[in-house]
Ligand binder design. Structure first.
Ligand code: EPZ
Length: 427
């Protein structure tokens, strides 16, 4: 199994190109199930989760073609011949975003059988909001042998759906389904993440009628059919935030090419308070420390436009060597502190009390063999490794392959001493 070795202490200098967002590309690819016309997405990141989604769509009968031009990948999808409306357990278990095929399949094909995803490393993560919302649009849904079995032989009908809790995935599933429902749908208390706005823009490009982009109230007027589109995937704000923290933790100076400041306002605000300077450039965002040490700042994760849960582990790594204390509170997922014991093994001082972690800055971290059980926890250990004294060996690299395109290349091009080892040695 591959591992990553990092020799800490190098300062990052130069530039890093931000990829298209994984969490935008995954729902976008599902729109292929809504039309028989060809759809092309540019700037699709080369990630394990994208491969899983490609395999799932192919199993439904979608034709998928991938093209590389320079470092950018475009993916063309054509769902003119859907042959199978089942999303099997083996694929859904691998990647929860597979549940995003449910809305499009039932909206256009009148039926879907999608495995229930079950819990995962960061929490129980139910899909009740996806199911209830689709039922409100008229789908008949049963749970049979671990599968969500949905039927709407006469199509879906628009309705007013008020989400009791903000959910990115449920908003995306309902938005896609409502695009083809008869009449008007209101999604109230909808998630406002930029990936949802990107999905809405793509759907509008396909002929959907959607108002309220970027707000918590989306109004969708259903149409009979949708057509093809050519859509570029929005920049990955979580990748941009992660590299901004890598720059800050190493006291570096890097331009993040393609990073969009307006998508990470809550992140730059926290980091600015901690002593990091951001300046917009014609190509993106330049990051460096204001001067001197980082200082501890309190952070609470919230739905967009709040501080993203997907950057909580990374900001915790950043705070481990800051001056003073930092209280980090996770409000989205109930079990997203798996990085804490590993950071502690590297010398960090962190105490967890319920949903909050108190980080007391230490003078230095030391390298250690570490591993984590999810994507963002894993990358937080990479950040810690970049500043730790000595070698950090990160196991279970496959988590990083799910969400960070060419991570070791991007960091080593800026001077980090980081390499991937594929010697097959035991964890
Ligand atoms: C998306 O997951 C992202 N995944 C996650 O990114 C991200 O952490 C999360 O949104 C929050 O921002 C993708 O976009 C593919 P939710 P999603 O539905 O849609 C509860 C990463 O590292 N909930 O917004 O699954 C749920 O348990 C990942 O890239 C219900 O109770 O998240 C959670 O507590 C991991 N019932 C909260 O809502 C439901 O039916 C928010 O989850 C659905 C969700």
């Amino acid at each position: 199994m591959d591992r990553i070795r990092i020799r800490g202490g190098k300062t990052l200098k130069g530039e890093i190109r931000i990829s298209g967002a994984k969490n935008a590309a995954l729902p976008l690819m599902c729109t292929a199930l809504l039309t028989d016309k060809e759809i092309r997405f540019d700037r699709v990141p080369d990630l394990a989760d994208i491969t899983t989604m490609t395999n799932l769509l192919a199993q439904h009968g979608v034709e998928v073609t991938t093209k590389l031009s320079g470092k950018e990948r475009s993916v063309t999808l054509c769902g003119s011949n859907i042959t199978d409306t089942t999303a099997p357990y083996d694929l859904v278990r691998k990647m929860r975003a597979s549940v995003l095929v449910l809305g499009p399949l039932v909206a256009r094909h009148g039926q879907a059988r999608v495995s229930l995803p079950g819990g995962c490393a960061i929490g129980t993560r139910p899909v009740d909001l996806h199911i209830k919302g689709l039922q409100q649009l008229g789908a008949e849904i049963d749970l049979q042998e671990g599968y969500i079995v949905a039927r709407a032989p006469k199509g879906l009908t628009g309705a007013e759906v008020t989400f009791p809790k903000v959910s990115v995935g449920a908003t995306e599933n309902l938005l896609m389904a409502a695009a083809l429902a008869k009449g008007e749908t209101h999604l109230i208390n909808a998630a406002r993440e930029p990936e949802i706005t990107d999905l809405a823009k793509c759907l509008i490009g396909m002929g959907a009628k959607i108002e309220g982009l970027g707000t918590d109230h989306l109004k969708i007027q259903g149409v009979d059919s949708l057509h093809g589109v050519n859509h570029p995937v929005v920049a990955d704000r979580i990748e941009a935030g992660t590299y901004a923290m890598a720059v800050a933790i190493t006291n570096g100076d890097v331009e993040l090419i393609g990073a969009q400041h307006d998508l990470i306002g809550s992140v730059t605000s926290v980091m600015s308070q901690a002593g990091v300077e951001f300046s917009e450039t014609p190509r993106g965002l330049r990051v460096k420390r204001t001067n001197g040490d980082l200082v501890g700042v309190d952070v609470m994760t919230e739905p967009f436009p709040g501080f993203p849960t997907d950057l909580q582990a990374q900001v915790m790594a950043l705070m481990t060597t800051a001056q003073g204390a930092s209280m980090i509170t996770e409000t989205i997922f109930e079990n997203r502190f798996m990085h804490v014991p590993e950071l502690t093994r590297m010398g960090a001082s962190i105490n967890v009390h319920g949903a909050s972690a108190m980080v007391r800055g230490v003078k230095r971290l030391t390298g250690a063999p570490v591993m984590a059980t999810d994507l963002r926890a894993s990358v937080s250990l990479v950040l810690a490794g970049l500043v730790a004294e000595g070698d950090t060996i990160l196991n279970r690299v496959y988590h990083l392959d799910r969400g960070y395109e060419r991570l070791t290349h991007k960091l080593s091009a800026c001077g980090a001493e980081i390499e991937r080892l594929s010697d097959g040695a035991a964890e």
